[in-house]
Write a protein that binds this ligand. Structure first.
Ligand code: B4P
Length: 188
């Protein structure tokens, strides 16, 4: 199973990716988590990524694509993976296609989690209180939502055109959303 999970910030990508990865027995790969681990470890990649993340902007494609390419070379993804938060613009989608084609592979499905801006803003502000993530403040959330609209929405249209897109309503209890995802994906 080779899956991509897209959706606005706060739609539950990270939350659902962990559950789906368990269900399908594939590793979940979150570009956001990899960047945050690098920021924490104060690596050169982390310093670069932080400039952009703290403003709610996308980390430049050359940095992100190279990082994903490296990750997809590892043995544990040979039989499948779930990408959470990548690709986030059409250029990344094209690059991903190339990376997979190099291994004679292709995506099985792209899941879009849908949720309105008010709900996702509420969730992210709640997470800010609990986790204190630097990019979960009102100004940066607004910027992340507008980046999603401008850069990531075209990605869903791109995959829809390829017949890969599956839309799932992300409003509701976490368990209910997981069940909707599993029902929508079925056995692939
Ligand atoms: P991400 O880490 O992907 O952050 P995100 O979009 O906010 O989603 P996240 O997975 O954290 O939150 P979730 O919706 O699960 O990206 C962060 C930054 O990294 C980006 O802004 C960018 O700078 C950079 N980046 C990442 N990928 C990149 C790429 N490909 N290219 C360039 N830059 C990239 O959950 C949010 C909250 O909602 C949680 O608190 C959760 O508990 C809650 N929640 C989840 N499901 C819920 C439900 N059903 N009901 C109520 N609450 C729920």
């Amino acid at each position: 199973m080779r899956l991509v999970l897209v959706g606005p910030p706060g739609s539950g990508k990270g939350t659902q990716a962990a559950r789906l990865a368990d269900t399908y027995g594939v590793p979940a790969i979150s570009t956001g988590d990899i960047f945050r681990a690098n920021v924490k470890g104060e690596t050169a990649l982390g310093r670069k990524a932080q400039e952009y993340m703290s403003q709610g902007a996308l980390v430049p494609d050359e940095v992100t694509n190279a990082m994903v390419r490296d990750r997809l070379e590892q043995d544990d993804v040979a039989l499948g993976f779930l990408l959470d938060g990548y690709p986030r613009n059409p250029e990344q989608a094209v690059d991903l296609e190339g990376m997979l084609a190099d291994h004679g592979a292709a995506l099985d499905a792209v899941v879009e989690l849908t949720a309105d801006s008010d709900e996702v803003t509420r969730r992210l502000l709640k997470r800010a209180e609990i986790e204190g993530r630097a990019d979960d403040n009102e100004d940066v959330i607004r910027k992340r939502l507008s980046v999603y609209e401008e850069s990531t929405s075209p990605v869903t249209a791109y995959y829809d055109g390829q017949g890969l897109l599956v839309k799932v309503d992300a409003i509701g209890e976490v368990d209910v959303v997981t069940q909707r995802l599993v029902d929508a994906l079925g056995v692939r």
